[in-house]
Design a protein around this ligand. Structure first.
Ligand SMILES: *[C@@H]1O[C@H](CO)[C@@H](O)[C@H](O)[C@H]1NC(C)=O
Ligand SMILES: *[C@@H]1O[C@H](CO)[C@@H](O)[C@H](O)[C@H]1NC(C)=O
Length: 182
């Protein structure tokens, strides 16, 4: 059912090491490498494979541990990118959590019309105009046709799991800026 497609994590550019304290600097430098690794893995790994998803989660765990110190030399734009990487990692952790995996099993087995063909972040072909029309339609069905995933996930799993699901997908949407829900 749930496809975790690729999201580009923004590059960190204007790093100024002189703004970091001697205690922060080595951690920040290591974190810069982790961030790069994360960016690369998020586009090269086949994330439909659970094994790769867990591998990505491990990189995420290491990144999350140093992400606070990493901000020491960052510009405000970089801080935004780092925060996006943090949200991304929280979504990755959700996708490898037992509660989520258990839920996907149930939802997949039921294979209701709601989940068939659900794709919150589709790729479109065509002219800019055609793409805009298709994107609008995709945004209307971001949580399934007429938002049917809310009932589906709440019923099959739990309201708590639905809330987490919604939170992580809205965060991912913010990163790739697909739909404007505000
Ligand atoms: C995934 O990473 C989180 C930290 O973000 C960690 O708490 C969790 O145990 C990890 N999950 C797995 C299955 O390794
Ligand atoms: C779900 O149902 C659709 C239509 O009935 C079918 O084409 C599809 O193969 C099913 N998928 C799974 C994973 O069973």
């Amino acid at each position: 059912m749930i496809l975790f497609s690729f999201f580009l994590i923004g590059l960190v550019f204007g790093y100024d090491e002189s703004k970091c304290t001697p205690a922060e600097l080595p951690i920040a430098m290591e974190c810069k490498t982790k961030h790069k690794e994360l960016r690369s893995q998020s586009v090269t790994l086949d994330l439909e494979d659970d094994k790769n998803m867990r591998k990505l989660n491990t990189t995420c765990e290491e990144f999350l541990e140093c992400s606070t110190q990493f901000k020491c030399g960052a510009t405000s734009k970089d801080v935004e990118n780092i925060d996006e990487a943090i949200s991304y990692c929280h979504a990755v952790a959700f996708h490898v959590s037992p509660g989520y995996l258990d839920c996907v099993d149930k939802v997949d087995t039921k294979n209701s019309t709601c989940v068939q063909g659900w794709n919150p972040f589709p790729d479109f072909e065509g002219t800019e105009e055609e793409k805009a029309v298709k994107q609008k339609e995709a945004c209307r069905n971001f949580f399934g046709k007429d938002g049917c995933l809310e009932e589906e996930i709440s019923d099959m799993c739990s309201v708590e799991l639905w809330k987490d699901f919604k939170m992580h997908y809205l965060a991912l949407n913010k990163i790739i800026k697909a739909c404007d829900f505000d």
